[in-house]
Each structure stands twice: as structure tokens, then as C-alpha cells.
Design a protein around this ligand. Sequence first.
Ligand code: NZQ
Ligand code: ZN
Length: 383
Amino acid sequence: MNNFIFQNPTKLVFGKGQIAKLRKLIPTDKKVMITYGGGSIFKNGVYDQVKEALKNHTVTEFGGIEPNPEYETLMHCVTECREKEIDYLLAVGGGSVIDGTKFVATALKWEGDPWAFLEKPIPVTEAVPLATVLTIAATGSEMNNGSVISRRERKEKRFFFNDACYPQFSILDPTVLYSLPQKQVANGVIDTFIHVLEQYVTFDNQAYVQDYWAEGILKTLVNIAPKLMENQHDYDNCSNFMYAATMALNGFIAMGVAQDWATHMIGQELTALHGLDHGVTLAIVYPGVASVMREDKREKLLQYGERVFGINQGSDDERIEQVIVATEKFFRSLGVGTRLSDYGIGEETINEIARRFEERKFMLGEKGNITPDIVKEILHHVK
Ligand code: NZQ
Ligand code: ZN
């Protein structure tokens, strides 16, 4: 196990009816900006619950944050926050609203053009305090310090980390998932699943506890995903889905282990260039990464196959092939296409993605050995 320092300051407030707790969680002397997306919170009652809980607070609202939150939109929010001297941000939404709010919180403390900290990994350490009411289980943004922002005009999607962006608290009421479109349930299951694989299917780190945690999350997802697709109103399944998503990317399973993230880095470019949902990009790219990098990931692919899918027959090579097929089959069972051709994407995009990594001098994977040429090979594999 590698050396590590772990600290996660986000308070989780979990369960039915917990949105009412906002009243006490945010100090009444704060000027609060509530941020939200395209309006799902008006249809499912979340907005009314938030407003009721904050009726004695000074609140303003900023809506219209898009899936894959857009830089230009967020800059409007920054301007409004400055005008209204906002000193607390409450994100009510999914990963996009939360990430967008983290960006606004950071930009408010940043001198100059905030694109700077997205373009290059410049250290950022300050932010206006923020908290979240989560409405979709997927990204883990509700309990981490990361944020991913898109700039459509430039066909770019970039990320930053800021420890000041750990939400002060996040409210996780599983009943809010009842109104999710099925496509978003599938995206959320896949995103959570791949977050775990990025931190677990690397090489043997002799980190037994982290491995069992990772496998616990994966097995939970394999078990509940078909039930969620059939009936989204089961409180226990929704609770476990929501908790799994948070635990997959809040730093717990990452302690002391190597991490991959090649699937995310490549998938991010597919969103930047074609606007595909984040979860969809991962379902396409992961089978390619696992296939092409199978020698580097050998031991962990075998362990993952055996402990998560019960694959224990055949030679090692056959078992590795079986686990890659099982993973792709799992994504397809959620109604998500796993090939570039399912989305009309071809050679031009593959070349452009490789060119971008070449230009940025990016080497991906847990060993930093995935060159732009290997990225091409990965994408050819999933054509
Ligand atoms: O905008 P509204 O109207 O709210 O609708 C949203 C949106 O259309 C809808 N939705 C959310 N909650 C709902 C609901 N509809 C009905 N009922 C509800 N309860 O779902 C749609 C998708 O929402 P979005 O926030 O985009 O989804 P998700 O949580 O998957 O976030 C994706 C974004 O997060 C980034 C992705 O790159 C992408 O930009 N990620 C952030 C990470 C992080 N900060 O740690 C890590 C991830 O790997 C990921 O990259
Ligand atoms: Zn993700």
C-alpha cells in the first residue's frame, strides 16, 4: 500500500425528508445563491422543499446550468453573485450543477480570467463556501473536490481540483431519484461503476480493505441495476445506488492505491467533440482500455472477474476475455451502446483525440504508459 494522507470534510446528511435540515445547516446571516439546472427540480418537488426550508434565509437563484456545465453560463452566475455579494452557494442538482457551482465558488475568489485554472493545472485553494442537495446518483461530486467544465465554443472539456470546493454538507435524499429518466439511471450506474474500476483495476497494490470496498460497490451495482431499471421507486435500491455513487468517488477506495483514469480522460474528449453524455462515453471507452491494457491489468482483471462476476473457469486469458465481455454486457443491459459506431463516430474523431493528447503531452493510465498511439488503438478496438 502506498503512503497517503486522507481528509474529507463533507458532512453527509442522508435519508428521506432530510432536505428540511437545510434550515439549520446554513447560517441565517449568509446571502445564499441557489443554483440549479434545466428545471427538473420544479417538477419533482425538490425546489419547493428547498424554498420551504430556507424561508427565513436571504436567497437568490440562478438556473439554467446545462448538463456538462457551460463556462459562459457559469460566468453569468459569477457576475450575478458579485453584484449580489453572495457568500454561500447551494447547488441543487446533479454533477453538472454541483461542478458548475464549484467553478463559480472558485472563480469568485480568483483574480483574472478563470479559464486559466481549467486550461492548466494551476493550484487553486480558495472558494466561497458551498453545499449541495443532490438529485442524481452518479459523479460523487457531492463529496469530492473535483469539477469538470465544458466550453462548447472551443469544443473543450476541462477539470480542476480545489480543496475549498469540498461541499460543506450534502443532502442525499434517495426519494429524489424517483423522477430520474431511465437514461440518467443508466448513466449514473455506469459512471459509478467506472469510477470504481479506475481506482481498482490497475495492478496489485496489496490494499485488501480498499479492494473489498471496491468490489462491494461493484457487486451492489450489478445486483441493483436491473431492479432499478425495472422499478425506480424502491427506496432501498435507490438508497444503495445513491450511497454507492458517493462512496465510489469520495477518496475512500483511492487511499494508498494506484489510479488509472484513462477511460475518463478519453471519454471527456468524446463529450467535448460530440456532446455525448458522460456515462455513455465511459461505456464505450472502458472495454477498449481493458482489452488493450490487459497485460498491465492482468492480476486485477482476474480478481475483478472472479469476485464480482464469479468468473473462475478457463485459462487466465479466457477468464480475462470473459470479464471484459461481461462488463460490456452489463452496460448494454442498461440500454447503452458501447461502440463508437452506435453514435456515428469514426476515424476523424479518433485521430483528433490522439492529436489532442499529443499536443497536451498527456500520457495516461496507472503507469503513465498510454501514449497517444495507444489511445488510438483503444478507440479502434471499440469502433
Ligand atoms: O438540469 P435538470 O433539469 O435538473 O435535469 C438533469 C439533467 O438533464 C436531470 N436530472 C437530475 N436530477 C434529476 C433529473 N431529472 C429528473 N429528476 C431528477 N432527480 O439529469 C440530467 C443530467 O444531469 P447531470 O447533472 O448532467 O448528470 P450527472 O450527475 O451525471 O453529471 C454529469 C457531469 O458531471 C461530470 C461529468 O463530466 C458531467 O459534466 N463529472 C464530475 C465529476 C466530479 N465532479 O467528481 C466526476 C465525474 O467523472 C464526471 O466527470
Ligand atoms: Zn465519471
